[in-house]
Design a protein. Sequence first.
Length: 346
Amino acid sequence: MEFSILDRITAWVPGRWIRAEKHLRPTEPYLPDHFPGTPVLPGVLILEGMIQAGECLLDLSEPGPRRRYKVESFRGVKFMRFVQPGETLQICCQLVDFRKPDGPVEMLCQGEVGGRLAISARIRMAACNGQDPAPEQSWGQKAREASPFSASPQTVPLSPPENGQETTEPFRWLWIDRFTEFQAGSWAEACKYVPLEAKRSPFGRINPARITPTLILEGMAQTGGLLVFEATGFQLAPIMARIPQAEFYFQPQPGEALLYRAHLDRLGPEGAAVTIASQQAAQMQAKAQILFALVGNDADAQPKVDPAIFYRMMLASSAFEVPTPGRPLPLPDQGIFASSLTFPVE
């Protein structure tokens, strides 16, 4: 794993299912950005936790040296509720298609908080060519013959936070660098530079050695979400509600840029649908369809998410500066958002 989302593995049956936990600590560095006043665990990090739990299950289920797996697709992802600081997310992944030795594997995954379903997803992964050059600890072959959410825990702790790993630089939950084109109400294109070397981990755990599919998905969601946000007149916050499908074709190469191109397919009073493609060097790297719920910050809004955070993201990613005709116009008085921003608008 390039970075660790999970706290521990609590139970498993090799070749069948695995159960893991993630406790959301109030001090996790992305929470001030996601979202100010309503901190919640980003949905893509829940998906990352499911992937990591699934990789552990595959490691438990296969004899011999550990193989690496890559994500091929997400299907039917549904977000039912937020995971808030102080809550513990219980993740369960069940193998439904496990073809040996080289075929793809599919898993049905669920996340629960306090016995209530928070997210469900179907994840398809395939083995990479070759073996992991730096295999991690072996998980052993200890079966737990019980249902996933009632097994007597036999825990395996994962990588704990390391003392002194925090940096003085504030971590920003922004996975695009800048907008390169923006046709208001229609489509937008943003770029993300793939770094040559990973910096110190912003997650306080293991350093991400690459941009993972889940972080690519977040960049795609931010590109599409800000396109939707502008189309609402900067009034409603776009929150990921469903991902009917997302497919990944290859791992992007370091030192080059990813281009996220989002098309607004549908916009209604309560939601929007966006199709996004990711390209690198003129090759299709990934594509996804994302459905957004639209929420405000009035007294009756549930959940309360301040739209100002999305306006700040548009400013930070130069959405108002691209040379494309039809680009969005900034608000005439940016001060109407200033009281709810985490730092002043420049």
